[in-house]
Design a protein around this ligand. Sequence first.
Ligand SMILES: NC(=O)c1ccc[n+]([C@@H]2O[C@H](COP(=O)([O-])OP(=O)(O)OC[C@H]3O[C@@H](n4cnc5c(N)ncnc54)[C@H](O)[C@@H]3O)[C@@H](O)[C@H]2O)c1
Ligand SMILES: [Zn+2]
Length: 399
Amino acid sequence: MSTLDAERALLEDVHLQRFSVTYDYPVWFTRDLFDPGNPILLDAVARQEPERRHRAVVFLDEGVANQLPDLARRIERYAQAHSQQLELAGPVHLVDGGEAAKNDYDIILNLLRRLQSLAIDRQSFVIAVGGGAVLDMAGFTATICHRGVRHIRVPTTVLSQNDSGVGVKNGVNAFGQKNYLGTFAPPFAVINDSAFIDVLPGRDKRAGMAEAVKVALIRDRSFFEWLEAEAEALARFDVRALDILIRRCALLHMRQIAHGGDPFERGSARPLDYGHWSAHKLETLSGHELRHGEAVALGIVLDARYSVLCGLLEPGQEERVWQLLRRLGFRLWHETLEKRVSDGSRAVMAGLRDFREHLGGDLTITLLEEIGVGVEVHKMEEDLVLKSIAWLRQHEAQG
Ligand SMILES: NC(=O)c1ccc[n+]([C@@H]2O[C@H](COP(=O)([O-])OP(=O)(O)OC[C@H]3O[C@@H](n4cnc5c(N)ncnc54)[C@H](O)[C@@H]3O)[C@@H](O)[C@H]2O)c1
Ligand SMILES: [Zn+2]
């Protein structure tokens, strides 16, 4: 380039900045992660710098600790047994489990203070062991600390192993809205340990299956048919069937994130959030009495009926969805569906506004064209939503 050209280039009014960053993280499936003979956690922390000794802090979901009272000690013993490679910066730290973890900023501030007092830096690790709520909160905390401390997720529920834990989102609730604060920040690694599922209460095992029905409905008809075939085994929490469900569902979520073209959801579509516009609202309206997965089951069947009423889905297919969810043991009615706000309108309808505002741009809702095929629409008719709710109520009454 001549001096003149260089000078001209320098004087351009606009210079486009462009770079890309590749993300990769392993998702392991294992059993007894904290058995000293299991090398996976060491492999995870050493993934980029095998020679170093790595510092980590462990945040443990209290609900898991209650089920497994010796777990904190086992984690500490694991680190002692591998002290050449792994150092725990402090004792295992217990955090409230369930949605409470996402509803109280003091928890985040306490964790941040703890990270600071332990001199956790960006090369260190936050290892979060727990359900989706604890992982969302701990991941958020890690990603705002020093603008991003590496985090490793050890999901302990069906839902977090097959959906939330393998994804790229972290967040907490604020101002009455789910996930109002949050970050898109991929984990450093994810380790699914099937032993945690053994001690998970049936209610939570079931709740996590809703996300599998969801992703099957929009992406994979053969998975839906498999769920129908295995419904009885799944309803009694058969270990093999549940393990297959978790793996298939996790891989479908991973595929969508990697190959769906919008991993950080910059557009207005939320392809994996079928059934979620109402689910998020119902969770909040129920004061989190409804688990996320239970609300998703309601949202799924509501939008399946809506898909029929608006002419997208063949009549009868919504019955199939209803039947499957019932056979899995879901209750497909909740009083909050009929809750009204002061102007007399249905409270759940505000879920559409929240959904749109979360992303901006056009409202984009995924509905069903067929079982296994989702389709995006940009409008939902209130009277058809109300008819879908009435249909749900009628079905509930008929049992
Ligand atoms: N980040 C995402 O992409 C994403 C996706 C879907 C859902 N989520 C979020 O995940 C959360 C729901 O997660 P969840 O369904 O895992 O429930 P949860 O985290 O609320 O856990 C439910 C209960 O089970 C306990 N628990 C966890 N593991 C246990 C175990 N192995 N044994 C016994 N008890 C155990 C917890 O302490 C809690 O009391 C919601 O906040 C939802 O918004 C996030
Ligand atoms: Zn969900």
